[in-house]
Design a binder for this molecule. Structure first.
Ligand code: COA
Length: 280
């Protein structure tokens, strides 16, 4: 659907780019001509991904070990990238999440998820943003949130509060930095099968079937669908979109929110007939 040079020579950093959605986006950006930096905590995973994606696309990809929770490590990584030239785009994708009853969680559990998701996004955004503003360099940021940033969600409270913060960061900086050439958008993805997320959030296979039934489209999203949207939002094709959070979940959260949706699906044919107006 895109011209092959849509992201030609764009220098893009993807946090958490070694696996899952981040890896899928990295492949798409490489296919569209970008030079991609991926960072994460595990050196061997990053190396393997970089090698695999280079072989698959022929593109330029650089693995960088960095825990985004550590502001000094982030600044060091960003400085090392800038030594070869400025980035043109940043995708804050690194995340942590697990299902848990909130009353069982330690403070460390909150700190870990909020540290990766909210503080991690803030660290990279500030490190890049300050450099972009100083150099008047135009750039785009894409944050990855969730469909429960505005509704909240039981059993994933550290993630919900952290992602709500990222949602707000997106909209705030879209306004504060927009007039200086920095666009800031987000994707709120619904369920897309990746090992990292599904092993933590859907622990039994039969729960996957139930999750599909909660979705109007009756299926999960694909990494390809996610990567296409990410490429669009980081490219000039979306140059007037700023401060937007694009929900990509097949309509799942709306189905959960509609008061009569579940009831309507439980009614029998006879009951639907009974509710029609009687002929006079
Ligand atoms: N339920 C409750 N608490 C948990 C937990 C779980 N399933 N997993 C970890 N924790 C707690 C730990 O007990 C620890 O708390 P403590 O310091 O009070 O003991 C804290 O979280 C940090 O755990 P640790 O094992 O040191 O993890 P980490 O900080 O290296 O890793 C996580 C971060 C916990 C988010 C880990 O799950 C992870 O690495 N996830 C990355 C991938 C991911 O989550 N992908 C899904 C994205 S949707």
């Amino acid at each position: 659907m895109f011209k092959p040079d849509l992201l030609l020579n764009r220098r893009i950093l993807i946090t958490g780019g070694g696996t899952g959605l981040g890896k899928g986006a990295a492949q798409k950006f490489l296919e569209l001509g970008a030079e991609v930096y991926i960072c994460g905590r595990r050196e061997e995973v990053l190396q393997a991904t970089a090698q695999e994606l280079h072989q698959r696309t022929g593109g330029r990809i650089h693995p960088l070990r960095c825990d985004v929770r550590d502001p000094a490590a982030v600044d060091e990584m960003i400085a090392s990238i800038w030594a070869g030239g400025p980035l043109d785009a940043l995708m804050n994708n690194a995340a942590g999440n697990f299902l848990a009853r909130t009353e069982d969680l330690s403070l460390g559990a909150f700190q870990s998820v909020i540290g990766i998701v909210l503080m991690g996004s803030l660290h990279t955004t500030l490190a890049c943003g300050r450099r972009w503003l100083a150099a008047r360099h135009h750039a785009a940021v894409l944050n990855i949130t969730t469909t429960y940033t505005t509704t909240g969600s039981a059993y994933v409270v550290p993630s919900a509060v952290a992602k709500a913060g990222v949602h707000s960061l997106t909209r705030s900086l879209a306004v504060e930095w927009g007039n200086r050439g920095i666009r800031m958008n987000a994707i709120a993805p619904g369920p897309i099968p990746t090992e990292g997320a599904f092993s933590r959030l859907l622990p039994r296979p039969e729960l996957e079937e139930a999750a599909k039934q909660r979705n109007p489209l009756g299926r999960f999203g694909t990494v390809e669908e996610f990567a296409n949207l990410a490429a669009f939002l980081l490219s000039d094709a979306s140059s007037y979109i700023n401060g937007e959070v694009v929900t990509m979940d097949g309509g799942e959260w709306l189905q959960g929110a509609g008061e009569f949706t579940a009831l309507g699906r439980q009614l029998t044919e006879a009951e639907w007939q009974m509710m029609k107006p009687r002929k006079k």
